[in-house]
Ligand binder design. Structure first.
Ligand code: HEC
Ligand code: HEC
Length: 273
């Protein structure tokens, strides 16, 4: 049924994150109503309303920034590539597996081994600006991190508070795949990339209208999570090819090795402002 809907609603809608999310919600909605049951817990989230008043405005602003990070006047000055938060946190973080923001706020403050300190949700958001967004850090407490933290906290309502003493990660964080049977092969990865990825991300990795850059100057920098092969493989496994996630562990590792064999911007550590 969901497949039929996709065809009806057409390709254009299917291409946008909001479109895909809407399709998923309609699918779940039809499924649950046709099955004659009250709308299940699964839909509770999709139907959650924004808080009233100024708080709702800020939550919505946060959602907009997650969807338009490299274009919005508030975030653009802090971004050094063509990516948006939603490029990796699919469906603006509503995706259950690919960089889910659902429940994340309940894990903070959390211990960060990378920083050897306890960090807040805002700090975690700002870290994605300097690494995954290859940019600079907006000031802690300024409009951008407050709005994005408000949005993520709204997505986390109802999740039991459980601060993470080991890693700055929420309850739905990605499972890191075990190493595959054969060592990752850049050569096999190249062929798979051409078959499964290049139609949207281009043969030279610089992206197309249908997918953002995956390497080169406008991609995430080498200090980002996805710059590591196991993390990239684990993310690909649940996220790509978009709407058709069927890679085997071996394929995910081979493609990750190929993608990350290319050059990307260098992460330069700067002191926090
Ligand atoms: C290039 C990909 C990429 C981009 C772009 C990106 N992130 Fe991330 N982010 C990741 C990955 C990978 C993780 C680790 C996720 C995991 O392990 O489940 C992560 C983790 C996070 C976390 C911690 C999640 C948790 O479970 O505690 C937050 C919060 C976050 N990112 C916010 C953002 C925000 C806000 C933006 C936009 C300003 C952004 N990210 C842009 C890849 C990205
Ligand atoms: C149908 C088009 C399509 C295909 C095929 C596809 N992607 Fe993507 N990919 C996207 C889109 C679109 C995004 C951004 C997500 C969003 O905006 O919802 C993305 C995001 C990404 C990202 C994170 C952001 C970035 O650019 O670094 C990586 C990495 C990635 N894709 C790699 C791959 C790999 C590897 C394959 C092949 C296994 C693949 N993709 C296949 C469309 C596609």
């Amino acid at each position: 049924m969901i497949d039929a809907l996709k065809i009806d609603l057409g390709d254009t809608m299917n291409r946008t994150a909001a479109g895909r999310f809407a399709i998923r919600c309609i699918g779940i909605f039809l499924f649950t109503t046709l099955a004659g049951q009250p709308l299940a817990v699964e839909t509770a989230f999709a139907q959650q309303t924004y808080p009233p008043g100024a708080l709702g405005d800020v939550v919505r602003l946060g959602e907009t920034l997650v969807n338009e990070t490299n274009e919005h006047p508030l975030t653009k000055p802090f971004v050094g590539n063509s990516l948006k938060c939603t490029s990796c946190h699919l469906d603006a973080g509503r995706h259950e597996k690919a960089g889910s923001f659902i429940g994340v706020a309940a894990a903070y403050p959390a211990y960060s081994p990378r920083e050897h300190s306890v960090i807040t949700l805002e700090d975690r958001i700002l870290n994605c600006f300097i690494r995954s967004q290859n940019g600079t850090r907006p000031t802690n407490g300024s409009k951008v991190p407050v709005a994005i933290a408000a949005y993520i906290t709204w997505l986390s309502q109802g999740t039991p508070l459980r601060m993470n003493p080991a890693k700055p990660l929420g309850p739905k964080h990605m499972a890191i795949l075990q190493s595959p049977p054969a060592a990752p092969s850049v050569k096999r990865g190249e062929l798979l990339y051409q078959e499964r990825c290049s139609s949207c991300h281009a043969n030279d990795g610089i992206g197309t209208d249908d997918g953002p850059p995956v390497w080169g100057d406008l991609s995430f920098n080498d200090g980002a999570g996805l710059a590591g092969v196991p993390k990239m493989a684990s993310w690909l496994k649940v996220a790509m090819p978009l709407d058709d996630t069927d890679l085997s562990d071996q394929e995910a590792f081979d493609i990750a090795a190929y993608v990350n064999s290319h050059t990307r911007p260098k992460f330069v550590a700067k002191p926090n402002p």
